[in-house]
Design a protein around this ligand. Structure first.
Ligand code: 3H9
Length: 686
């Protein structure tokens, strides 16, 4: 099958792009388009060219997999110039998601017809880039400056209706792309559609537009995109040159490397060994436990259109759960995800009861009760008796042994961990924890469920904390060590927020509630190795009843929306230093980030080494979608690749001079450095 095919219908030449899955403008499409236009220009029978695409969408952009590879001619900017310079008018019919290079192709044609449901956008900034095939120069010649600047710098798509109103589309139709293309070609022949060459139109970005965008545009990526758009004031050929220069600069940036990796991470995680197993159809859901987590999970299932039965122990807890879910759905109305009618219809699908036998017909039951093995064992023993055969029995535990939980049932093949992140109806990550006896069908069904819930599912093996919390438990200690050694906690938070985390680790503890970590530390005390350093500052804080936001005080003091540093924390730190004979020293912000990241990368490498995660990119996805990891770094192991693995090893070895127990170079990291490989090489292998 050729990526581009031509067919004559009288004087209209239909040119079809067919490059599944998303018709990306890879080399075959580019060559095909150039050849088609060249041949049709010579064909006297043809008066109009109508360009469209097969499948679910018109071209969704340049082929991202080609980025970073040696360039293949013709490049997309040249293809666009050839389309724009065509001796015969080209009308382009757009459907699905016409994005990036796809929209740039359309901008270079002489007329554009949309098909209802179409979305159009220039999402290049989401990849750390800017439109690089004339988008920053041609779009402002077709639409008003403010619209063009918004699309170029935000990356957000607009609807077909908005595009029609803005003048980006000449017409909007309903129907099959091939039929609409033929009709559009005939409209051009009949002069019902007037072709225009975008290059001949005036740029519509004004000085005022630029001033207002300069005032609000933040960050290297958007600023670079704005600069390119500004060049549309120049003659088109000069503007295109400036766009190319800035695009090349963006391509070499770390932000692009990280963001491209994040794009692929979201998709790569669905490639699992169980992909070919038959996934069951899940129509109805059950949730046990109506606390924040259970109610959030129930909300997520309801928002995916599933009827849900929620079980709580006491009647007042049942009422609380229903109330929480109602509030969650109200939030969805406020965010524009539901209207009032849909909210009511969704709530009508919820049953809250104390009677566990109501779960008998559920296709999937997710347990979200108190984190205690005894409680979980009891719940799963009951589920084994109540639930129908073939139902998925899932635990939302965040660290307990899924194999032990499965072991109390007569059907461990149907038991799996589905670890949601709070708030469960908002956070995108779902860790799918596969036990030793979990059947491939159960795994495949869980991934299908995640898709229905619009979550990013990542496959994890069984270990304490699975992928995310295991790594978190390790690197979180590095912040306590730095705090004891002299770095004020607010400096640590600020340095990491500056690096790109939405919140520093101490602010996160305050938000989550410090009592949770305190309970865990007490539980672990008996098993803590003698060589391990232990920092007591957080315990002192908890002993005062200062658990964070919910008690008005923690590391910070909270006053409505404002927070200030709790000065007593520094006193606790100093007292512990004096007791342990430690002299406080200062840390630079860069050192704080280096240590924190080295600790995170160490445990992440061990998680890959232990085969808890399938690939390094799975760990990256966990952190991007569940832990607020800065997207422009692409995840902890992509950060390690960008920084250089040898540099990370060298840092760990340097820190190990003061604490050889905590700072150990993982074997995998050392092997990669010795072999001159990166984590991304492992992604390609696996
Ligand atoms: C650009 O255009 C630069 C130009 O300005 C200048 C050039 C000089 N390339 O998301 P899905 C794959 S930058 C290659 O699951 P959906 C994807 O990896 C580009 N592959 O489907 C996945 O593969 P797999 C600007 C691509 O229906 C499969 O297609 N454009 C590309 O949920 C299915 O994808 C963008 O940034 C691509 N461009 O969503 C648009 N796109 O099955 C990026 C997708 O092996 N794409 N794949 O894992 C999207 O936003 C979504 O894919 C889309 C479909 C909305 C189109």
């Amino acid at each position: 099958m050729a990526a581009v095919e031509t067919k004559l219908e009288g004087q209209v030449a239909l040119v079809k792009i067919d490059n599944p899955p998303v018709n990306a403008a890879g080399i075959d499409v580019r060559i095909g388009l150039v050849n088609a236009v060249r041949e049709l220009e010579e064909d006297d029978r043809v008066k109009v060219i109508a360009l469209y695409a097969a499948g679910r969408t018109f071209v969704a952009g340049a082929d991202i997999r080609e980025f970073g590879q040696p360039p293949k001619q013709p490049m997309l900017p040249e293809v666009c110039e050839i389309l724009e310079g065509s001796a015969k008018p080209i009308v382009c019919v757009l459907h699905g998601t016409t994005l990036g290079g796809g929209l740039e192709i359309a901008l270079s044609c002489q007329a554009r017809v949309g098909i209802k449901g179409l979305k159009l956008g220039l999402p290049e900034v989401n990849l750390g880039l800017l439109p690089g095939a004339g988008g920053t120069q041609r779009l402002p010649r077709l639409v008003e400056g403010m619209t063009a600047l918004t699309m170029i710098t935000s990356g957000k798509p607009i609807s077909a209706e908005a595009a029609l109103e803005a003048g980006l589309l000449d017409d909007l139709q309903d129907g099959d792309p091939a039929e609409v293309a033929l009709a559009a070609g005939r409209q051009v022949l009949d002069s019902a559609l007037t072709p225009r060459v975008t290059a001949h139109l005036e740029n519509r970005i004004t000085t005022n537009d630029l001033d207002s965008f300069r005032a609000k545009t933040r960050g290297e990526v958007a600023e670079r995109a704005l600069k390119a758009a500004e060049a549309s004031n120049l003659p088109l050929s000069d503007g295109l040159k400036e766009e190319r220069r800035l695009f090349t600069e963006a391509m070499a940036s770390n932000a692009h490397k990280g963001l491209k990796h994040a794009f692929f991470a979201e998709r790569a995680v669905s490639h699992i060994p169980e992909s070919n197993a038959e996934a069951r159809d899940l129509q109805t859901g059950g949730v046990i436990g109506g606390g924040t987590m259970g109610s959030g999970i129930a909300t997520a299932l309801l928002l995916a259109g599933m009827p849900v039965t929620l079980i709580e122990m006491e009647e007042d807890r049942v009422a609380f759960a229903r109330d929480t879910i109602t509030k969650n759905l109200e939030g969805a109305v406020k965010r524009g995800k539901l209207n009032a009618e849909q909210r009511d219809a969704t709530l009508a699908k919820l049953t809250c009861t104390t009677d566990m036998s109501a779960l008998a017909d559920a296709d999937v039951v997710i347990e979200a009760v108190f984190e205690s093995m005894d409680v979980k064992r009891e719940v799963f023993g009951k589920l084994d008796h109540i639930c129908k055969q073939g139902a998925i029995l899932a635990t939302n535990t965040s660290y307990l042994d899924v194999n032990e939980i499965a072991g109390v049932t007569s059907r461990p093949q149907d038991v799996i961990g589905l670890h949601f992140f709070s708030p469960a109806h908002v956070m995108r990550l779902l860790e799918v924890v596969v036990g030793k006896d979990t059947a491939p069908e159960t795994v495949a069904t869980s991934f299908k469920l995640a898709k229905k819930l619009r979550k990013v599912a990542v496959r994890s093996g069984v270990c304490d904390g699975f992928i995310g919390n295991r790594i978190l438990a390790h690197y979180r200690k590095s912040t306590a060590y730095m705090q004891l050694d002299g770095a004020p906690f607010e400096q640590i938070d600020a340095a990491l927020e500056d690096f790109g985390f939405a919140m520093g680790p101490f602010a996160v503890s305050d938000l989550a509630g410090q009592d949770i970590g305190w309970v865990t530390r007490k539980r672990q005390a008996a098993f803590r190795p003698d060589e391990e350093r232990y920092v007591e500052i957080a315990d002192r804080v908890c002993e005062q009843g200062w658990f964070g936001r919910k008690s008005g005080k923690g590391f910070y003091i909270y006053d409505g929306k404002n927070r200030s540093v709790n000065p007593t924390v520094a006193e606790f730190a100093q007292a512990e230093r004096e007791a342990k004979g430690i002299t406080a020293r200062s840390f630079t912000d860069a050192e704080i980030v280096d240590r924190y990241m080295a600790a995170m990368v160490s445990e992440a490498a061990r998680v890959v080494e232990d085969k808890i995660a399938l690939r390094p990119i799975d760990v990256d996805a966990v952190f991007l979608f569940g832990y607020g990891f800065p997207r422009h770094w692409g995840g902890p192991l992509q950060y390690a690749d960008i920084t250089g693995l040898a540099v990370i090893v060298q840092r760990i070895e340097q820190y190990a001079q003061e604490d050889p127990y905590y700072w150990q170079v993982p074997a995998l990291l050392r092997e990669l450095v010795e072999a001159g490989k990166t984590f991304n090489d492992l992604n390609k292998e696996g």
